[in-house]
Design a protein around this ligand. Structure first.
Ligand code: PLP
Length: 399
């Protein structure tokens, strides 16, 4: 199999298809699955050599695997990074980042309305490692970030657009602030995906993703990814080699297969989400729509600057009639799946107030922007008229 050039001039779709096909030593167009935990060593010396190599791909799968190496090259190419690391889930990537860059007593700045798992892990670290966290309530208020950074800070975490409220953070301004204060920055790029936003191009140090979502794209694999400089990813790999948040080779292969259509899927979902947001915005049964593509969204102008070719496939809307209407709408959909997650080919809906956030304190829900009638919709790649007619019958069921 000829070695593929990885050219930075390629567009994202070409990179997704061709970058990283370098571990395939067979003549098959698709790389085989290296479903093995270990690799035969040609000679003793090789064992010693591999044990001292950064992520050898044919030594022991917790160290690396050809399927990891390939998918990591593709992710690095898409994110514009020197190197990437794949993990067994998005949370494994987050935990690896925290374990690598935080020590007892360190200060972290993070949005209050970030992915619930990230928030809970930070709260766990507050209790167990005496980590100090300043949570930002209005991500658009740069004074709030500035005040938070007035104390020595190790890590600044952003998520844009954020889960579940689609809040926007100004990446350029965050980078300026962090560089002034010498703070390492991480962007959770799950919602935007590298098709819409490449945080590293804006000067962010590390981009992490729940690859379970758009990168994988088919709701069939749980995975995480971290992209950044050679030095930072090597540091993460050294921790991961010890703690073992290792993917399964078949999972890495599925992730790689999914990534090949990333641009097609993301652009389709985002275009449909934009059309749905405009339609819902005029709907008599809808109180409010949160979507960064709408001119009414408070982060719209920033999103326009830092997101290209669309605003992502996830939108939130508040149905009139509160908790009961939200729950009934969700239960009345016939084609759209009621399920947590996003970024798959199939549309998913969830009603945080009666599902994921049911046990979250009312006051906390309020600060997170989770109102009783809020529905989070992850647009799939179906024909938009079919999504819309499913919504129409569900709206009728709520009346
Ligand atoms: C924005 C965001 N970050 C991180 C995660 C965690 O990823 P995973 O579920 O793959 O562990 C999720 C999961 O929903 C997410 O939405």
């Amino acid at each position: 199999m000829k070695k593929k050039p990885v050219t930075t001039t390629w567009g994202p779709t070409t990179k997704a298809v061709h970058a990283g096909m370098h571990e395939n030593t067979s003549r098959s167009v698709t790389t085989p699955i290296y479903q093995t935990s270990t690799f035969e060593l040609q000679e003793n010396r090789e064992g010693a050599e591999f044990a001292n190599t950064i992520e050898p791909s044919t030594f022991y799968t917790r160290w690396g695997n050809p399927n990891f190496a390939e998918v990591e090259s593709v992710i690095a190419a898409l994110e514009g990074a020197e190197r990437a690391l794949v993990t067994s889930s998005g949370m494994a990537a987050t935990a690896t980042l925290f374990e690598t860059f935080l020590q007892t007593g360190d200060h972290v700045i993070a949005p209050a309305a970030s992915y619930l798992g990230t928030e809970l892990l930070l709260k766990h670290l507050i209790e167990t490692k005496n980590i100090k966290v300043t949570f930002i309530h209005n991500t658009l208020d740069m004074d709030e970030w500035e005040r938070a950074a007035s104390v020595p800070t190790k890590l600044l975490w952003i998520e844009t657009p954020s889960n579940p409220t689609l809040a926007i953070t100004d990446i350029g301004k965050i980078v300026q602030l962090a560089q002034r204060h010498h703070i390492k920055t991480v962007a959770d790029n799950t919602f935007a995906s590298p098709i819409h936003t490449r945080p590293l191009e804006w000067g962010i140090d590390l981009s992490m993703s729940s690859a379970t979502k758009y990168l994988g794209g088919h709701s069939d694999v749980t995975a995480g990814a971290i992209a950044g400089s050679d030095a930072d990813i090597t540091a993460c790999w050294k921790v991961a080699r010890l703690t073992g948040p290792t993917m399964d080779p078949i999972g890495a292969w599925l992730l790689h297969r999914g990534i090949k259509t990333l641009a097609l899927r993301v652009l389709r979902s985002s275009a449909s989400a934009m059309a749905l947001a405009l339609w819902l915005n005029e709907h008599p049964q809808v109180e409010r729509v949160d979507y960064p593509g709408l001119a009414s969204h408070p982060g719209h102008e920033i999103a326009k600057r830092q997101m290209q070719d669309g605003f992502g496939g996830v939108l939130s809307f508040q149905i009139k009639g509160g908790l009961e209407a939200g729950a009934r709408f969700c239960e009345s959909l016939q084609m759209v799946y009621r399920a947590v997650s996003l970024g798959g080919v199939e549309s998913l809906i969830q009603h945080p107030a009666s599902m994921t956030h049911i046990f979250v304190d009312e006051a906390v829900k309020k600060t997170l922007g989770i109102t009783p009638g809020l529905l989070r919709f992850a647009t799939g790649i179906e024909d938009i008229q079919d999504i819309q007619s499913d919504f129409e019958q569900a709206f009728r069921a709520v009346l």
